[in-house]
Design a protein around this ligand. Structure first.
Ligand code: GRF
Length: 208
């Protein structure tokens, strides 16, 4: 059984989708802990109700980014993860933290990377006149919101769409692609070569 640890900052709907899919689909894996950097992160309640261990490492309690990263790494390592997931985790993690989990560390970002790294992705896509938006599951590397792409969803932009309507449709697609990408990882079906990820059995890595 692969051990999965998930880092959240807020409502944790992606975490919830992964926990549910793992249980319902009988993955060879278990979500062993959900950690948050905010004591009031809504997702902690769901995780605890599922019997999953929860921990808070409050970034406000640390004077430097490095000290926070070290405390977070200690909390993560206590659960000996095979796979670490960012799911709406809103702190930038330093290179030492990222390298510690390289190759077993995934994130989901609400844009079609490499476009629109960072915040306010849907607003920026609308301002740029994009006709399609989406979400990306990728391996985490030290550069923010970069790293080898595992799977993407593509959502059409319609006249009248605003940030909220796009966020709602993209989030629904996130709940499909993140669990699928994680399942592929725990089933050993992802091959990472030269910075490019493919699926060993040729499954489509695009949801349209
Ligand atoms: C998602 O849109 C995710 O892509 C982004 O932050 C949001 C988190 O939502 N990184 P949730 O906490 O998983 O509900």
């Amino acid at each position: 059984m692969k051990r999965i640890v998930i880092l959240i900052s807020g409502r944790g709907s992606n975490m919830e989708a992964i926990v549910r899919a793992c249980a319902e689909q009988g993955w060879p894996a278990q979500v062993v802990a959900v950690l948050a950097n905010r004591p009031r992160a809504g997702g902690l309640q769901f995780a605890a109700a599922q019997g999953i261990a929860t921990r808070v490492v409050d970034h406000k309690a640390f004077s430097t980014r490095e000290n926070f990263d070290d405390a977070l790494a200690d909390a993560v390592d206590a659960f000996t993860p095979d796979l670490l997931l960012l799911a709406g985790f809103m702190r930038i993690l330093g290179p030492a933290f990222v390298r510690r989990y390289e190759g077993r560390f995934l994130n989901i970002h609400p844009s079609l990377l490499p476009s629109f790294t960072g915040l306010h992705t849907h607003r920026r896509a609308l301002e740029a006149g994009c006709k399609a938006v989406g979400a990306t599951v990728h391996f985490v590397t030290p550069e923010l919101d970069h790293g080898p792409i595992v799977m993407q969803s593509v959502i059409a932009v319609y006249p009248g769409d605003d940030e909220h309507t796009l966020a709602t449709r993209v989030l629904a697609s996130e709940h499909m692609i993140y669990p699928l990408a994680v399942r592929w990882f725990v089933q050993g079906q992802l091959r990472l070569q030269g910075g490019v990820v493919d699926h060993t059995e040729g499954a489509s890595q695009l949801l349209v």
